[in-house]
Design a protein around this ligand. Structure first.
Ligand code: GLU
Length: 548
């Protein structure tokens, strides 16, 4: 068969680049030895999730700890499944988490290996598909959806692997006559790889993350160009990873099953295979057993969850680092002042199977990270969340930066020897401040002591209170009021005969605390009253007494 003629008939485009043009247009990058070129290559068919962020962070770290390049490629070959806004969402999410690209779709800077949208690279794929046809390594397939369904049904019935291979590859050996008569009849066709593989042959493959694995040769005649002339992901990614000079492909382990196809594609295309590292899935403990995080069951898989809940992005990243490299935690504890970017990240140290994602642990990391912020930095962080996700009342409250910062100085214990770690994430942190504002102060008073003593305590303390008092003067007044109201004025006396008192000094303080904050637990009450000011503090005491 005249394959050149066939190729020209199947792919008649006259403006295709030559293969050597492509090599010249996308030359090897000049980077230092050992520099990794990595990419995030999402299909804009949905929204990226925590698993993608985990891989992206590994990509970014692998590139940036070796002086390499991390780029964004949009794999938009599947027009039917395209989701509006998906590209913007990827870019926005990664930016939010501080995972920075050097080049790629919508990224400013050196973009010499573009375009980075696959749909804009159609001519390159078509040139290579044409070359494969000319070399007898690809052929047209005219099978209809119905025929393929029927094959699949038969294979399932026979308990065989499904797909287009061996005796099931009906169009693999069509005669020249059959092909041209199909073409003349205008029957739609796809271009398939004419696989040279043999499933009885197995190879040892070195995965950059999983180590040595066994890979079976591919024998599937996979589609490389769809009937609309657009390539499939398999074909496009091989060509792009070659011409964008990717050295290391980090991607989810769900792609392991496609690896044999990819190995064969690189081989027939004559490209050296990049290294591949397949990341393990993120798991969680659920009812005593480990299972994969699931889109349906686990809101924490979605990246929007972290933004809406106001997680501190750096904390999420630091926590992901602890999952990526198990020695990160120890390094971080030894180097508390160092940025995670200074950590000697290593792909080979990544977990080989099931990484456990634990929200409680993330919360701990988050507390620690947030405790490093000054009140001003904390204000900026919380305010960012408030603007996007807060209530109208929150926005109004945050208009008063000075007031919020004074609250934050207290809540975070800034400047004190031991910082408080009450704030885990913005949503919870903002709610923690609700009682500092009259419109969001909604106490459900719950006094555990006899009404008379509570009333006396509140009235007595209100009488003595002065906003000019320092902490110790404030406390001695509290003790005085406590004694007068039937509480013990000192702890030793209370311990000796608790039955003689309405409660201890701390119980008396609790009465005032509940009146002022609505809760039996709070940071330093004297400071809280100082922030609220005399008038509001006394009004709250009156209100609480009236509730009895
Ligand atoms: N476009 C593929 C995806 O949607 C990327 C797979 C890869 O990284 O090779 O996940």
């Amino acid at each position: 068969m005249d394959l050149k003629k066939l190729a020209a008939r199947l792919i008649p485009d006259e403006d295709l680049p030559s293969l050597s043009d492509c090599e010249r247009a996308y030359p090897p990058r000049s980077l230092p030895d050992g520099a990794e070129v990595t990419r995030l290559a999402p299909s804009p068919t949905g929204f990226i999730h925590l698993g993608n962020l985990y891989s992206a962070l590994a990509d970014e770290r692998a590139a940036h700890t070796t002086g390499g390049v991390f780029y964004l490629r949009i794999e938009d070959t599947d027009e039917k499944r395209r989701v509006e806004g998906a590209v913007e969402s990827v870019i926005r999410s990664l930016k939010y988490f501080g995972v920075d690209f050097d080049e790629g779709a919508e990224i400013d800077g050196e973009n010499a290996y573009g375009p980075y949208y696959q749909r804009r690279r159609a001519q390159i794929y078509r040139a290579f598909a044409k070359d494969l046809i000319e070399r007898g390594l690809a052929y047209p397939c005219f099978c209809t959806e119905e025929e393929l369904d029927e094959t699949r049904r038969l294979q399932t019935e026979r308990k065989q692997i499904t797909g287009y291979y061996g005796e099931y590859a009906k169009c693999r050996n069509l005669s020249e006559e059959q092909i041209y008569s199909n073409l003349d009849a205008g029957r739609p066709f796809v271009i398939r790889l004419k696989s040279q593989g043999d499933v009885s042959v197995k190879h040892t493959f070195r995965d950059a993350i999983k180590g040595s694995i066994t890979v079976t040769e591919n024998d599937q005649d996979v589609v490389i160009l769809k009937s609309d002339g657009i390539p499939t992901y398999h074909f496009a990614h091989a060509i792009d990873d070659h011409f964008m000079r990717t050295t290391l492909v980090i991607r989810g382990e769900e792609w392991l099953s496609s690896l044999p196809i990819h190995i064969e594609l690189f081989k027939v295309l004559g490209f050296p295979l990049p290294r591949y590292g397949h990341t393990c899935s993120l798991m969680k403990v659920d009812g005593g057993t480990k299972r994969k995080l699931s889109k349906r069951k686990d809101p924490e898989l979605s990246l929007d969850f972290y933004r809406a809940a106001g997680y501190y992005p750096r904390a999420v990243i630091k926590y992901l680092m602890t999952i990526l490299n198990s020695n990160f935690e120890e390094w971080s504890a030894k180097n508390p002042e160092k940025d995670y970017k200074q950590f000697p990240f290593s792909v080979s140290k990544m977990g080989k199977s099931g990484a456990l994602f634990d929200l409680d642990k993330l919360n701990d990391v988050s507390r620690d990270e947030l405790a490093k912020l000054s009140p001003g930095e904390m204000y900026d962080f919380l305010c960012g969340w408030v603007k996007e996700f807060g209530t109208d009342a929150d926005r109004q409250h945050f208009a008063n930066r000075e007031y919020i910062e004074s609250i934050l100085a207290l809540i975070t214990g800034a400047g004190q020897k031991k910082r408080r770690k009450d704030i885990v994430r913005a949503e919870q942190g903002v709610r923690l401040m609700d009682y500092f504002f009259d419109d969001t102060f909604a106490p459900a008073y719950d006094f555990r002591f006899p009404k008379e003593s509570v009333r006396a305590m509140l009235a007595g303390f209100a009488e003595l209170y002065s906003e000019k008092d320092d902490n110790s003067a404030w406390f001695s007044k509290l003790k005085t009021a406590a004694g007068a109201a039937g509480f013990a004025a000192d702890n030793a006396a209370y311990k000796a005969a608790p039955q003689n008192y309405a409660g201890s000094v701390s119980d008396a303080a609790e009465v005032v605390r509940v009146a002022i904050t609505g809760s039996p637990n709070s940071p330093d009450l004297c400071t809280i009253m100082g922030i609220l000011g005399r008038e509001r503090s006394l009004a709250r005491i009156t209100k609480a007494a009236a509730s009895l």
